[in-house]
Design a protein. Sequence first.
Lengths: 452, 536
Amino acid sequence: MKVKVISRSVDDFTRERSQDLQRVFRNYDPSLRTQEKAVEYVRALNAVKLDKIFARPFIGAMDGHIDGVSCMAKNPTQLKWIFSGAMDGDIRLWDIASRRTVCQFPGHQGAVRGLTVSTDGRMLVSCGTDCTVRLWNTSADNIMELSNSTKNSVEPASVHVGKNAYLAVDHQWDSELFATAGAQLDIWNHNRSEPINSFQWGSDSVISVRFNPGEPNLLATSANDRSIMLYDLRMVSPVRKMIMMTKTNSIAWNPMEPINFTAANEDGNCYSYDARKLDEAKCVHRDHVSAVMDIDYSPTGREFVTGSYDRTVRFFYYNSGHSREIYHTKRMQRVFCVKFSGDGSYVISGSDDTNLRLWKAKASEQLGVVLPRERKKHEYHAAIKKRYMHLPEVKRIERHRHLPKPIYKAATLMRAMSDARKRKEERRKAHSAPGSVTTQPLRRRRIIKEVE
Amino acid sequence: MDEGQENQAIITKKKPSTHQDISDELDLKIKKYLRGEAASFEDLKDRKLKRQLSVREELYGNAAKAAAKAEKWLMPNEGGYLEAEGIEKTWRIKQEAIAKEVGLVNLRNLYDIVLPDLGPYTLDFTSSGRYMAVGGRKGHLGIVDMINLSLIKELQVGETVRDVVFLHNELFFAAAQKKFVYMYNREGTEIHCLREHGAALKLQFLKNHFLLASVNKFGQLHYQDITMGDMVGNFRTGLGRTNVMEVNPFNAVVGLGHAGGTVTMWKPTSSAPLVKMLCHHGPVSALAFHSNGHLMATAGKDKRIKLWDLRKFEPLQTITGHANTLDFSQKGLLACGSGSFVRVMNDVSGTQNYSNYMNHSMAKGYQIGRLAFRPYEDVLAIGHSMGWSSILIPGAGEPNFDTWVANPFETSKQRREKEVRSLLDKLPAETIMLDPSKIGTVKSTRREKVTKQERETEIEAAVEAAKSTKLKNKTKGRNKPGKKMQKKQDAIARVKRPYLEEKINEEQNISQKKQKTSENVELPKSLQRFARKKSS
């Protein structure tokens, strides 16, 4: 007969010296582990609760301005700096790590309405309600020199005076052109003192302008007549115009899918459009209760941050209709501008209370150096949360956010109003001849018309 | 020449099998790691969801393949086996014959410990198989380290001990003594006296939930959470005194065998059993669950041992024979013990057809009390009236253990870490259900055809919720027990009312429908309330 019996010698399974690592043996057989799904569910519940415990998104405030912050600009070549312009004409360069002003750019007599930095980081363009456009030298060595010297302010490289107040400015990717918005849309060159080109459609002032990062000649603007216009610099006339029911305060192009852009609207919603097809929104992002003032995409293109007049900052996924996160503080008043940091981990918001606030993009993220063991644990937690996210207990904890009372009440009121409207619409449909009353989908409802 | 030929034969036998065999083996392994069938997306209309789910299924398939391929490197040990040659039969092979073939290391596992005065012994192993708790009927308790074969602690409690069970690790064990259940430390100190359990006859520990289950002389089932000490459930089974209780390791459901031949299965959150099946013509004398959760073996006093499929609740096989105790090993061997005779049965090549594998008969006066296979070893421990013994059963244990699941060579630091992690992963008592893979699945919301059973479970769940709400303790003489009971009954009646009303409405509707004519006018929704109703 042939016999074999399991025999294990202790030496094979224990370590020889205490300096050695302990020996680990694995057997991935599922029958050794019973009730795997229940264990995963309990771990998902714990992971979601831990998330809430570690959710401390506010890092710090940068104070120094003496009037509300109206606009911000990122330097595409530097991760650690951000420019901000205030309502009294003060422009400052901040070092995000130490949250201190590196240097100031005084000069504007009225509010600074637009700030932008050229792609190579050498030139800062600012425009304001004092009808001037100022260009400043901001190459890295220049700034270093300035920060070392005692004199903390800088002279502009050039000042261009115009006829009307300027409301926004944006720089073209990888070139020397920039566009300003005011009474009409002007295209400038760094070296010329007059705009090289001008566009106008309709008689209303243009309030925001954005160049497309993927297609440098394409730009989107929004005007006071509630329209969004697309221009191509190579053509003489504007490309397309689309009129909505309420005006758009700001536009942001998706850096990873430059064919899409999202418009921050006065009615509290953000509308994502495909630039080729403007008659229907791709997605309507609704959660703010008051006008959305500014919007910026993350460098990943997967989410964007919005700042609104209702004193909150919200994060949305690029394709979801509701926000994933909301940041609010008692001290933060109307948020006028938001920017995602260059690496996508931080968000800076500038608000009416003269402070710039630095937040984490993911509220419970661990900053600093993360050990590989910790990173694996975070990834595991993210994966099981995703798997069990739809179960009621996990979803309830994940979704729970404390809202300030005015926002909560405003949201309840808006929901009651929209429910009432929906009910009335349904009854009208039910009591009229079938097919005579049609409701438009929300993606089209807010668009009045598209003009070629 | 002959030897040369023999060697040749051996060499040819060891030649790697053909590609077909390899791929079949690999397929079997992949199936094991797949954990069930892949979902079918034929009726899914949402294309985006379909694509996302099929990508996920592909990832699962790749993971299963990678795990199957890695098995060869990760799990070097192979299981034991016993093969008879020629006309020899495996069940005629005695332990002495095996002892001659086997190495010295394994001979340490073949012994008899004779302790004649202290009564029949019951045994329990920790999940790693390293420590064994023994309890003699006359009050002898002890913990033995099986690898060093040393007695860690023994104590004499001075009263009847009916059952011993380890808690989550070897530091704690519980003993069902004459009047109460006691919890002891590894040092032998009595830590707790659990009075609510009463005179328990059998104890079981649910590892993932940290629940101690006991059945006592009055047929009451108690579940106690030993981390915080709260009693999670206590139920009157209503079926009398029984000392047959086992836990199904697959879904943590407690099975009780009763004197009427029924086997009932319980979970801590419902006062009625999940399943009640009539298994034998006489009292049920023993019960055992296979670790895969599909197979249950029951033995009755009607001289039958039956194997049941727990998915369909049908008997698979009936074997004639007595059994006072049953146990399944990790590899699926079934040990039946009665009198002084142990029979081990094996299912040939995975089909669930059990046939005799090995037999062992002990000296005549020895009455077998309890059989327990030692995890991760090819050893069967027998607790009997004269002490305990251990015999070798090749092929019983799982050869490769996982350090993070159960480690027989655990250091104290690893044990402490494991305790903390298992406490973090402690499952709430509500997760115990007959099919544990139902967690996370979608409950169908079609309310039209609520079957009677579903409605009953809903009512029961609602009643349990109503019963567990806490009433306020009123002061100033307003806290009379009669009023409290009335309030509780009112709460239960209130919970049941909507279901009863639904039932009455349904009956009315049925009677109305029967009286309505079959004329059906399709009116638009807004005018439907003006439709002429035929008066009943």
